[in-house]
Design a protein around this ligand. Structure first.
Ligand code: TA6
Length: 294
């Protein structure tokens, strides 16, 4: 069955590949490629729609803010970190399957709970498109023409890549982030990466939390001692984030399984600066593609 919809998740299958999406947050919680799980989800996560916390892992969808809501803006002041999209229950709006792949479209419109914290109208659609060597995730934001104001937002696909056996975060490097300005959220400083080609995930106490502005649309994650690579191709999302909390901070994260921080690195496609401002009747699309060379 190419698409299997259950009460809590939707499963897409295509040969030896499969994807599972929790209706809570339309969170991709599994991506099996070539028979191996490529994402990390903490075993302490609760994927059920009855639970209001964000899923710790997979691909949480951050919208309409990334990070803590801006404190100086009344519109966002009632939001939680990373916004409400990742904890809201999405509906299945469409599904298609063909030889080329399997596609499911999820939709989120303002519920009463959302309206209590965010006053503006919007429609979000999120397409999960599983192809033989690629997973394509597309977020589409619409500000209805009936709206009376522009719709401001940030967005991110906060992907937790599971590390191959025997690989730890300091063994991970990302090509494509050289010569970039970035916000180092660990030190609180704005910095610029050196000319060295790769960024290694080896921050102080193992923690690295960086927002790279205007990052190239093609990034490659490599693992020391392993031939395999993970290629991320983005569009619409101007920026990129590399995050791992390291053991010190990671062991304080309540829903992090024992030692889980050692099993993933987040490489995120995001639109952090500037906010997008969508006029009434306008729309925005961000695409984030994960592909493997085999
Ligand atoms: O994307 C990195 C980040 O913004 C980090 O600062 C850290 O807070 C991480 O997201 C996880 O956030 P969460 O709210 O899911 O615990």
């Amino acid at each position: 069955m190419p698409v299997n919809v259950s009460s809590e998740t939707v499963k897409l299958s295509l040969g030896a590949s499969s994807v599972e999406v929790a209706l809570k947050g339309a969170t991709v919680i599994s991506y099996v490629h070539d028979g191996r799980e490529r994402l990390f989800v903490s075993s302490k996560s609760d994927i059920r729609t009855s639970d209001s916390t964000a899923i710790r892992g997979g691909v949480p969808l951050c919208w309409p803010v990334f990070g803590p809501p801006p404190s100086d803006n009344e519109l966002f002041s009632k939001l939680k970190q990373h916004g409400f999209a990742r904890t809201s229950v999405w509906e299945v709006a469409d599904q298609q399957d063909s030889q080329e792949g399997v596609k499911v479209v999820f939709k989120l419109s303002p519920t009463e709970a959302i309206k209590s914290v965010f006053k503006l109208p919007f429609t979000l659609t999120y397409t999960v498109d599983l192809r033989p060597y690629t997973l394509v995730l597309t977020l589409h934001v619409e500000n209805p023409s009936s709206a009376v104001a522009a719709l401001p937002f940030q967005a991110a696909l906060h992907t937790y890549f599971r590390l191959p056996q025997g690989v730890r975060p300091p063994d991970v490097s990302v090509d494509g982030l050289e010569n970039l300005a970035y916000n180092d959220k660990v030190s609180g400083e704005q910095k610029v990466t050196e000319r060295r080609k790769e960024v290694v995930v080896d921050g102080p106490n193992g923690e690295i939390d960086r927002v790279y502005f205007r990052a190239p649309n093609e990034l490659v994650m490599r693992f020391k001692g392993q031939a395999e690579t993970v290629k991320v191709t983005k569009s619409g999302f101007a920026d990129a984030v590399v995050w791992n909390p390291g053991p010190k901070k990671g062991s304080t994260i309540a829903d992090m399984e024992e030692g889980g921080y050692d099993r993933y690195v987040c490489l995120e496609g995001c639109q952090v600066e500037p906010f997008v401002y969508l006029d009434p009747g306008k729309d925005w699309t961000g695409t984030y593609e994960v592909s493997f060379d085999q």
